[in-house]
Design a protein. Structure first.
Length: 148
């Protein structure tokens, strides 16, 4: 295979990989937005399901990165490879940054939910202690009497 044919073949493969990576990054962004909505609604089961889906996409993206790095090595000296890659790479970076921003929103929502849950648990514990103390005290005032 002559050099120009090799460049074309590797360029085509690189573009296919970059396009597939971009599609998965868009899916990841859509899931990140869905995760934020689920967190806003307090639907933590959905959040966990979405995290699992995102993890699967993350594994695929790691494989894409390995394959892309290998093809970049073959096209390193080629202006064609750099030109083909630039637009898709820019879009991929843009999507990744949007996903990071979305994840930050979700993290804040989940942190707030955790704080609220901890406060409610503390209130529940105080109520439980108070109720138990009241039920133990049978000799004072209007304490609970099991003979009623």
């Amino acid at each position: 295979m002559i050099y120009s044919e090799k460049i074309v073949k590797n360029s085509d493969s690189l573009i296919e990989l970059l396009a597939a990576q971009c599609v998965d990054l868009e899916k990841l962004l859509a899931l990140a937005r869905e995760e934020t909505r689920a967190a806003q609604q307090g639907n933590f089961e959905s959040v966990l399901e979405i995290v699992t889906k995102r993890d699967e996409i993350g594994h695929r993206l790691e494989i894409f990165q390995q394959q892309i790095a290998e093809l970049r090595g073959h096209l390193e000296d080629s202006a064609v490879g750099r030109a083909l890659e630039s637009d898709v790479s820019r879009r991929s970076l843009e999507i990744a940054n949007l996903t990071i921003v979305q994840d930050h929103k979700t993290r804040l929502l989940l942190t707030d939910a955790r704080t609220i849950a901890a406060s409610e648990m503390a209130n529940l514990e105080r109520s439980n202690r108070g109720t138990n103390a009241y039920l133990r005290e049978q000799t004072r005032g209007l304490s609970y009497n099991r003979n009623f």
